[in-house]
Each structure stands twice: as structure tokens, then as C-alpha cells.
Unconditional design. Sequence first.
Length: 116
Amino acid sequence: MGLLLLLVLGILAGGYLVLFSYGNPQEVSLNLLGNWYLHDVAVWQLVVVCLAVGLVAACLLLLPAQWRAWGKARAYRRELLQIKKLLEEERGQPDAAEPVVSDAEVSAEEPLAEDE
């Protein structure tokens, strides 16, 4: 939603720059090293410039947030890989999770079973 809003605002800003800054939307004047160049502008050129300005503005404004999100995703991925590695190590050990019952515990339980 935020990217779409920034894109729309950038398109509007680009349209303002192209249409209203130059005064005549059909002709763009460019001052390059003291030489003025006048160019006829088609509607598709105005649309492309507006879209480009909107996309660049959205990318520049959202790049820091996206960079932080990528960093968090990489950290979560590293943590997940560590957990998978530990899990595979635990699975590789035979019967390590089951408790070992000694003979003394078994003999202590037998008289209780006889009393009932």
C-alpha cells in the first residue's frame, strides 16, 4: 500500500514538473551549457517521465526499510539453518532422548505390583 501511494505521489510530482514547470506541456526547453534546446513532447513521453519519477521516488524512499527487512530475513534464515543442524545432530544419535532404566528401579517397582 505504501509503495503504491509513493508511486502515485511520484507520478503526480513528475507530472507537475513536466507540465507546469515548463509552462507549455507540448514543448520542453532545456538549458544545456548556455544553449537552449526546444523539443516537441508527445503524451507518451510525459507519461513515461511521470512513471519514472514516481518509481525512482518510491525506490529511494523505501530502500532503507527494504534493506532492514532483508537483514531480518537473512537473520531468521541463519537461525533456522542452525536449528535444522541441531535437529539433525539430535536425530543422528541413537536413542539419546529415551531415559535409561536401571535394574534397581525395576526391582523396586516389582513389590508394588505384587501388593495390589
